[in-house]
Design a protein around this ligand. Sequence first.
Ligand SMILES: *Cc1c(COP(=O)(O)O)cnc(C)c1O
Length: 379
Amino acid sequence: MAPRIEIDLGKIRENTRFLVDALRAKGIRVAGVTKAVCGDPAVAGAMQQGGVSLLADARISNVARLRSAGITCPIELIRSPMPSEVDRVVETCAASYNTEMEVIADLSASALRAGKVHGVILMVEMGDMRDGICPHELGRYVSLVAHLPGVALSGIGANFACLGNVSPDDEAMAAFSDLVKDIEIDAPPLKAVSGGGSANLPWAFASGTKGRVNELRLGEAILLGTDPVSGDPIDGLHTDAFRLVAEVIEANCKTGHAGPRRVECENSEAHLGEVGATSRIILALGMQDTDVHGLTFPPGVAAIGATSDHTVLCSSERGFRPGAEIRCGVSYGALMRAMNARDVERVYVEAGSSFGQIGEPLQARPTTNIGVTLAPVVG
Ligand SMILES: *Cc1c(COP(=O)(O)O)cnc(C)c1O
């Protein structure tokens, strides 16, 4: 069936294991972030097998998916709860990230009703300018949490390179760590000092002190093996755990048209140069199914444009017929959309099984494995 997303759980398990081990040596634990796969329980299970004992997601609907699949480990909600969903947050999450006093008060009331204690992690604004409490306001939030029943301060968190594309440096991370000392004057030691996401890995792997940071929330590095700031592959990680496979529905040479607007796909410039826009291929895949801009196509194939239901490619290869399959690499955004799309089937495989390359041996980037399956030419 196409379109489908092929998910290699073995590679996700290995990526997780690599990161968990490398960061443990630095005194940092990993929260496995499942939002890009919409809380897919099989992917979360692979993260757990890779050594993660804490999961994190931005949406309560994804958390519910994990819970109904029987996943019982602590899960953190890493987006500030909507006031309308606090009961579900208290019911399903060990802790949530918070930036608003009213929401914390709602959580407190809900936890009291449920007879629970909900963990509050205060998200601090460290320059990303998305969600976060300004550092000079932090003291007020700490004492609010201390005075409210049903909630307990579990820690603090920071975001880097989410909205602003700035990766954290030693100075920013030291400033974040220093906040802990001030908080602990009036509060018991913090359990979680969560320094950020995959964008923090260059800082985490570098030599030098990690201060009080003892947690990173990792999504992209585990799933795609890439650094979200540079887009570069991270040494030691698989970059091909996900492949999006689409089927050809038309393959023709078209002449006499002013070409449509070309999408800026990874490597498309290079490929267009090589192929000289010979044959045109249409895939039964469109912007409803994924972010076509975030796909990586096999060598010799480049994207010309995409609409809601069609993706138009050009190729130097003339063997494509309707029914042929093209296997693409995905960016974080393309992955997220594909995992959300109703018509994209999910196919799970384990590392070691034949995966990716069928038909022509194609060389893409060193660690990627993107393939083309040519349908037999009939007649
Ligand atoms: C998405 C997200 C993460 C994970 O980011 P990656 O770059 O995928 O590792 C971490 N923290 C928060 C608050 C997030 O929203």
